[in-house]
Design a protein around this ligand. Structure first.
Ligand SMILES: C[S@@+](CC[C@H](N)C(=O)[O-])C[C@H]1O[C@@H](n2cnc3c(N)ncnc32)[C@H](O)[C@@H]1O
Length: 310
């Protein structure tokens, strides 16, 4: 299997993790193991735990990281279930955690996974191929209102209502079963002027359906908070996000965790007794260099935020 994945901002992520050769690290989204491979290379007696919910990613990462022997554990798991993995592997805390959110270029480029509006395939988009909900169900079974809502909520698509209406009209004639059938429907709802300005007309709707199918944003805030609580002092959390909704969640979680007080600003004194648990290493997110963006257009929207446990 050729799992091509260009790891975004690889050097920045690894530098920011401040790897200690004897430390314990978590790569919550191992994918093609590009980042993990670099982490593992820097470990002596340390350990690296790698998670992913995609069977193919798990297979490829296991193979790619096999040369590191029992320094590395690759486990199929949702990252929100990381504490179960910790207790199964008898791990108390981490010295660094990396989350590289979203979809891998391999998932996008493997036509039959149905993630891409550029390839014709069955509507699927599941990262975890064992789950039931897929893009076919969302497109053919969600009500017009539900569709319009997810298109707006997950990608701020301006033509959400028109696209949802057209989908419902079309599926009354016959179910919508392929990516290109869906692309055609979306294309008919977007005015030419907008299409010229904003790139591919199906981009936003495909993103919205993918987020819905994979519950990508559900529980992310809480998961970041829980992960920070499992960091050792001076341990770092490094999060790469690829769209504004993801970045907002990371930013809000970091902001809460780095604040000494969460009281309403109008109160004269603090009554919450909240104490900062992290300090922000990146006040503003880092972005990919122009050279990297030229090499890999996906890095164009990447935002890297880093915080350190106090
Ligand atoms: C951007 S890719 C990671 C690429 C990786 N850093 C590399 O260098 O190859 C994101 C990966 O996270 C996985 N993923 C996304 N959401 C997940 C979740 N909630 N739990 C576990 N894995 C997830 C996807 O299946 C995908 O393989």
């Amino acid at each position: 299997m050729n799992f091509e994945h260009y790891s975004v901002m690889k050097k920045e992520c690894i530098d920011m993790l401040n790897i200690k050769p004897d430390g314990v690290y978590l790569d919550a989204t191992v994918g093609g193991a590009g980042h993990s491979y670099e982490i593992a290379k820097l470990l002596k007696n340390g350990k690296l735990i790698c998670l992913d919910k995609d069977d193919e990613a798990i297979k490829v990462a296991t193979e790619k990281l096999s040369e590191f022997g029992n320094k590395v554990n690759v486990v199929k798991s949702e990252f929100k279930d990381f504490k179960t993995v910790m207790s199964n592997l008898n791990i108390k805390n981490f010295d660094g955690i990396l989350i590289d959110l979203g979809v891998s270029s391999y998932q996008i480029d493997t036509a039959e996974r149905g993630f891409s509006y550029m390839h014709n395939a069955s509507l699927d988009m599941r990262m975890n191929q064992k789950q039931e909900l897929d893009a076919y169900y969302v497109v053919n079974k969600y009500s017009e209102n539900e569709l319009a809502n997810i298109f707006f909520k997950w990608s701020e698509e301006k033509f959400s209502k028109q696209i949802a209406k057209k989908i419902v009209e079309q599926r009354k004639i016959k179910p919508i079963s392929t990516t290109f059938e869906l692309v055609d429907i979306i294309d008919k709802c977007i005015p030419t002027k907008i299409k010229i300005k904003s790139g591919h007309s199906a981009k936003k709707v495909f993103q919205a359906i993918r987020i819905e199918v994979n519950s990508e944003l559900e529980g992310l805030y809480d998961c970041i908070v829980e992960m920070v609580r499992k960091l050792n002092k001076n341990g770092r959390i490094v999060v790469l996000s690829f769209h504004s909704l993801e970045d907002r969640i990371v930013k809000n979680a970091f902001s809460m965790l780095s604040s000494d007080c969460l009281c309403d600003k109008k109160l004269p004194i603090c009554v919450c007794n909240h104490k900062a648990e992290i300090k922000l290493i990146t006040k503003k997110p880092l972005i990919a260099s122009e050279d990297e963006i030229k090499l890999n257009s996906r890095s164009h929207s990447a935002k890297l935020r880093v915080a350190e446990k106090i």
